[in-house]
Design a protein around this ligand. Structure first.
Ligand code: CDP
Length: 210
């Protein structure tokens, strides 16, 4: 019996993981899970209680109480939710609480999952892993353009400072830090648009799977 295919996509903020993951999932006929949304939803729940995302007891309690409807909230994409996500994501109990859901999502029919620790912790045995990066300036510009399109008022410099602060926090936490798996294929999208990144990833994936 062949195992369902898992494609793991990790990398820093606004590197183009989500767009790439969605397109690969459609191409391969696999379900897609944006794992960042889980952490954003836990962060939001803590903010709703006027708590500190780094308060381990509160963050873990909110992760354990997470409800599917929390993932449909309209306020998960803001910069505030992103920073709260990065705060709760450093709490070991939060990561443990979200692990089983991510694994069972993938094990059912295979999946494309994007996040920070998919290839290292959630599915270390995934046959296809990408670590998607781009320069901090390029990533900040993309996030700023997204925010502008949504009516955001933050300056490019503010968005870049947020992106750098979050990357630093994600890369230096003690549990499941963001880092490329040893067998991950690196994809630098600094000079690639979404179509070119998709084409490059698909070529790498086909080479890997033979
Ligand atoms: O979309 P963007 O890349 O900016 O962020 P995201 O993927 O929605 O993730 C938000 C935050 O959740 C990250 O900064 C990480 O701190 C955390 N996260 C994580 O720790 N592990 C994951 N598998 C996914 C997200």
């Amino acid at each position: 019996m062949t195992r369902p295919l898992i494609v793991a996509i990790d990398g820093p903020a606004a590197a183009g993981k989500g767009t790439l993951a969605r397109r690969l999932a459609a191409e391969l006929g696999l379900p897609y899970l944006d794992t960042g949304l889980l952490y954003r939803a836990v962060g939001r729940r803590v903010l709703d209680r006027e708590g500190d995302p780094k308060d381990a007891a509160m963050a873990e309690a909110e992760a354990r109480a997470l409800h599917p409807a929390d993932l449909d909230r309209a306020d998960l994409r803001s910069a505030e939710a992103a920073m709260a996500a990065s705060g709760v994501a450093a709490v070991p109990g939060v990561r443990a609480a979200l692990l089983a859901f991510q694994r069972s999502f993938g094990q059912a029919r295979g999946a494309v999952l994007d996040g920070r620790d998919i290839g290292t912790v959630v599915f270390p045995e995934a046959p296809v892993k990408f670590f998607v990066t781009a320069s901090p300036e390029a990533r900040a510009r993309r996030r700023w353009l997204e925010q502008q399109a949504g009516g955001g008022t933050a300056t490019l410099a503010e968005v870049e400072a947020d992106v750098r602060r979050r990357d630093d926090q994600d890369a230096h936490r003690s549990v499941a830090p963001m880092l490329p798996a040893a067998d991950a294929m690196l994809l630098d999208t600094t000079a690639l648009d979404a179509d070119a990144a998709f084409a490059a990833a698909l070529a790498q994936l086909r080479a890997r799977l033979g």
